[in-house]
Structures are given as structure tokens and as C-alpha cells.
Ligand binder design. Structure first.
Ligand code: 2NE
Length: 272
């Protein structure tokens, strides 16, 4: 399989590639177990934005370079007061923006977990719609050990997956869990040998691409809406508005305004 670089970006800390309508975002800091800096997350943000806008992209795979780590969370070398400090000297927690982009992307995102998914890296896989892990993958939180925590999606959405007791165990004890244990807990969809990991992710992506994209979009929005309160309803409602705008009934309202006449909505079918 030949992944083709997606042109138009000068990324330093991620790889951004495409194959058969699948975009692959790879955190490319193998030396640091794919820990993210503010630049990494900024670049991921640009890539996810492209994936949202580009109608050619149908599924996104998020992974890490090499065979040791998916992502080991925030880069502890640049963790300062108030956040992770980038080249501009400003502390940021911009990984939270990436989390929201994954959540809001109206297309499936698969976490291809090829090694450690730790700390903020663990939260990233939690955010993805599906997680496929290699047998060597290891999952866990470290926050309370290293002076950090993610009490947002990293806690509440995790608890929806694994239950409250397990989520508290994961955060309070900071133990590491095997891929099999993570699968048994309900936070991993499938565990495969390392050399089958990418094939399996692509195979799952290709199956999803045979399904109705709009149906998948609505299901994702609906699953989000149950948990995301007003913001979740806004996402689902936005999709409903998009669909309404495709209908003659909505077109009639706009046309009537421009033609300075009363709209005639009676001619459109009403469903019980
Ligand atoms: C990931 C883990 C378990 C891997 O262990 P191992 O034994 O396979 O590798 P090693 O030797 O620890 O790491 C290899 C090199 O990568 C660096 C290490 O410092 C080491 O460098 P050298 O000693 O060779 O110079 N490295 C690994 N992770 C790093 C990191 N996160 N930042 C900077 N350098 C890192 C093991 O490495 C590990 O436990 N890593 C730390 C995980 C961690 O605590 N991450 C931060 C959690 S907080 C967070 O991510 C966060 C949040 O809680 C809330 C919001 C946003 C972010």
C-alpha cells in the first residue's frame, strides 16, 4: 500500500498522508515516544481541519511513528507553568482543541494504537471513534504521577466506556494495561498482531466507506449528542439544518423572500 503525502503543508512533527480516501495522521516524534509539543498539536489541528473540509477524505486514521508508541502525551521537556510552551514562549493546552476536532469531525476517526497510549496520548485514543490496537500496545494515565490530569473527555468519556470504577482505577492508580485488558474494559475494539495493524485499520475504513456517509455522520452526531449536552445538540441540529437546506421546502422560503412574495409551504409533503 502506497501512502501519498498530502501536499500543501510544511509539517515538522507529524506526517500527513492519504490512501484511497483515507487520511493518515502520524505523530512523528519517535525519539520521545511520540510525545506532543504545542507545534505537534497545532499541526494535528491543521490536518484535522483539512480532513473536515476535504470531501475526498472519508475516514481518518490517527497513529504514532514506529513500533513503540502511539503517543506518550504532552512533552514533559516543554511543560511549563500554565501549559506546554512552544517556540513563541506561550504556554498552551491546545491538545484540547484537537480532542474537540476529533469529536466533531463528521467522519469516522480510527486510533491505530501501535504501542504506548499514555497520558494525553491515551485521551487521544479515547476521543477516536474506534480503537484498533496491536498486541504490544499499552494503555494508561500518568497525570497524577507527573503533575497533570484531564478531567474533561479524558475522564468522563472514558468512564462511559469502561465504567466509573475502572475509570477511577485508571486515573487514581496510574497503572498500565495491556491491549487485551483494554479490549476487555471496552476501550479497544480489536487487538491484532503488530504486522496486521495497518491492514486491519484500512480494512475497517474500507468497510465504513461502503456505508452511507450521511448515516455515519448522523449516528456519530447522535452518539455525541447524548453525552455532550447543548454542544452535542448543536452538532446534531446543525446536521438537521444542513439536510433541511437540501429540501425544496427550505429553498422556497429563501426564494420567496428574494422575490418579495409570501412563501407557499403547503405544496411540500408533510410526514406523520
Ligand atoms: C511512554 C513510556 C511509558 C515509555 O516508556 P519506555 O521505557 O518505553 O521509554 P522511555 O525510556 O521512558 O522513553 C524514551 C525516551 O522518550 C522520552 C523519555 O524521556 C526518553 O528519553 P531519553 O531518556 O532517551 O532522553 N519520553 C517519553 N515520554 C515522554 C514525554 N511524555 N515527554 C517527553 N519525553 C518523553 C514512558 O516514557 C512514560 O511514562 N512517559 C511519560 C508519559 C507522561 O507522563 N506523559 C505526560 C502525561 S500528562 C499529559 O499528557 C496531559 C494531560 O494529563 C492533560 C492535558 C494534556 C496533556
Amino acid at each position: 500500500r502506497e501512502w501519498k503525502k498530502i501536499e500543501g503543508f510544511d509539517f515538522k512533527e507529524i506526517l500527513f498522508e492519504e490512501y484511497n480516501h483515507i487520511a493518515k495522521i502520524t505523530i512523528n516524534r519517535e525519539r520521545y515516544r511520540n510525545a506532543f509539543t504545542p507545534l505537534t498539536t497545532w499541526e494535528m489541528s491543521q490536518a484535522f481541519n483539512y480532513c473536515r473540509e476535504c470531501t475526498d477524505v472519508r475516514v481518518v486514521i490517527l497513529t504514532g511513528a514506529g513500533d513503540k508508541a502511539f503517543c506518550s502525551g504532552g512533552d514533559m521537556h516543554v511543560k511549563g507553568r500554565g501549559g506546554y510552551v512552544g517556540n513563541d514562549g506561550v504556554p498552551r493546552l491546545n491538545v484540547l482543541d484537537v480532542q474537540m476536532q476529533i469529536r466533531r469531525l463528521p467522519k469516522p476517526v480510527i486510533a491505530m494504537v501501535n504501542g504506548y497510549a499514555i497520558g494525553g496520548g491515551h485521551v487521544l485514543h479515547v476521543m477516536c471513534d474506534l480503537t484498533i490496537a496491536s498486541e504490544n500496545a499499552i494503555f494508561g494515565q500518568t497525570g497524577p504521577k507527573v503533575g497533570s490530569f484531564d478531567a474533561g473527555f479524558g475522564a468522563s468519556y472514558l468512564a462511559r466506556m469502561v465504567g466509573q470504577k475502572k475509570a477511577r482505577e485508571i486515573w487514581f492508580l496510574c497503572k498500565q494495561y495491556s491491549a487485551k485488558e483494554a479490549e476487555e474494559m471496552g476501550m479497544v475494539n480489536k487487538v491484532v498482531p503488530f504486522d496486521e495493524l495497518e491492514d486491519t485499520c484500512v480494512e475497517w475504513a474500507e468497510i465504513m466507506m461502503e456505508r452511507s456517509p450521511l448515516a455515519l455522520r448522523m449516528i456519530k452526531a447522535g452518539l455525541n449528542a447524548e453525552l455532550d449536552g447543548q454542544a452535542g445538540i448543536q452538532e446534531l441540529a446543525g446536521d438537521a439544518t444542513m439536510l433541511y437546506y437540501t429540501m425544496d421546502e427550505a429553498q422556497e422560503g429563501g426564494k420567496a423572500f428574494l422575490e418579495k412574495r409570501k412563501p407557499d409551504f403547503d405544496k411540500y409533503p408533510q410526514f406523520p
